[in-house]
Design a protein around this ligand. Structure first.
Ligand SMILES: NC(=O)c1ccc[n+]([C@@H]2O[C@H](COP(=O)([O-])OP(=O)(O)OC[C@H]3O[C@@H](n4cnc5c(N)ncnc54)[C@H](OP(=O)(O)O)[C@@H]3O)[C@@H](O)[C@H]2O)c1
Length: 281
């Protein structure tokens, strides 16, 4: 078990773990369900109490897996879910949230995100989020896959400044957000939630990462996670079903990268030198 699970403050002032558990691809196959539930429970035991899910994942199936994993442990869990842009109207958000709450077997979602920007005016979605907050159905709201200009538009709206996070594709092989999005968020104290932090497993097999990992008696995936969590204002949310992966990911919280590690990683995965549009998986 990691000695302490480091936390980061949301703009609201509430602390959340720097490491969370992703759930994309969970709930798709009943034969894997027991393993998925066990993995999430093990993560909770190890202090990885932030769980990220979405109505989109397995068309609600992932939320049902989460419900099973957190049964009896709701109060120790920080639950993140997402509404699809096609449900982002005032009435649509209300309906989608009710359905998510039902699948999650809970009375509240801690952080509810707009999954990516869509065609419903953002002001309408923000109003719907604020109304859900007032009803106690969500505690906070945020966005996902928003680039800097979209964040600018958002904070210009009434109540837009209540955004608590922006969840984006960010890892060593996807450093684009460092150019302006990450500094923009950091200046305003808005955490970036890094999704696909091991690039869906690809970074776990990376030889340049293995070289750094050897110095820490660690794995390449752990170095990818330690690097992401070392970035200011960044929360990493790897998904892992294999128990050994969950244990490794929790242990990555204890890895302290040295200046020579950061230098080697910068050579292998150079930071961006110009603006690139935000990538999505
Ligand atoms: N907002 C969005 O648009 C968006 C988009 C994508 C993802 N997400 C969220 O972010 C989460 C994470 O992203 P992701 O699932 O795309 O990719 P990821 O976390 O980068 O990679 C998951 C893959 O890496 C493997 N893995 C995990 N830990 C490992 C370790 N220590 N060593 C070796 N392999 C390891 C997993 O294997 P096993 O499962 O077999 O253990 C799985 O195959 C998602 O689950 C989802 O919650 C959000």
């Amino acid at each position: 078990m990691p000695s302490t699970v480091r936390t980061l403050k949301l703009p609201s002032g509430e602390g959340v773990p720097l490491l969370g558990q992703g759930t994309w691809k969970m709930g798709e196959d009943r034969r894997r369900r027991a393993d998925e539930v066990s993995a999430l429970k093990l993560g909770l035991d190890l202090g990885i109490t932030l769980i990220d899910t979405a109505e989109m994942y397995a068309s609600g199936g992932a939320e049902e897996v989460v419900a099973e994993a957190i049964a009896g442990r709701r109060d120790e869990t920080f639950l993140v879910s997402k509404v699809l842009p096609s449900n982002a109207s005032r009435a649509g958000v209300e309906r989608a949230c009710e359905a998510s709450l039902k699948r999650l077997s809970t009375d509240r979602i801690d952080l509810y995100l707009l999954h990516w920007p869509g065609s419903v005016p953002l002001s309408e979605t923000v109003e719907a989020f604020e109304s859900l907050k007032a009803q106690g159905k969500i505690r906070y709201w945020g966005v996902s896959n928003f680039d800097t200009d979209e964040m600018e538009d958002l904070v210009g709206l009434p109540s837009g400044g209540n955004v608590q996070t922006n969840q984006v594709l960010y890892n060593l092989s996807r450093r684009g957000p460092e150019f302006d999005l990450a500094p923009w968020c950091a200046e305003r104290g808005i955490p970036l939630m890094a999704y696909s932090p091991v690039e869906q497993g690809a970074l776990a097999r990376n030889a340049r990462l293995e070289a750094v990992a050897a110095r820490h008696n660690a794995t390449a995936a752990q170095i990818a996670l330690a690097w992401a969590m070392a970035q200011p204002g960044v929360i990493a949310i790897p998904k892992a079903v294999r128990q050994e992966h969950v244990r490794q990911n929790a242990a990555a919280l204890d890895i302290k990268l040295a200046p020579e590690d950061f230098a080697d990683l910068d050579r292998a995965f150079p930071p961006p030198t110009r603006k690139r549009g935000l990538e999505m998986i």
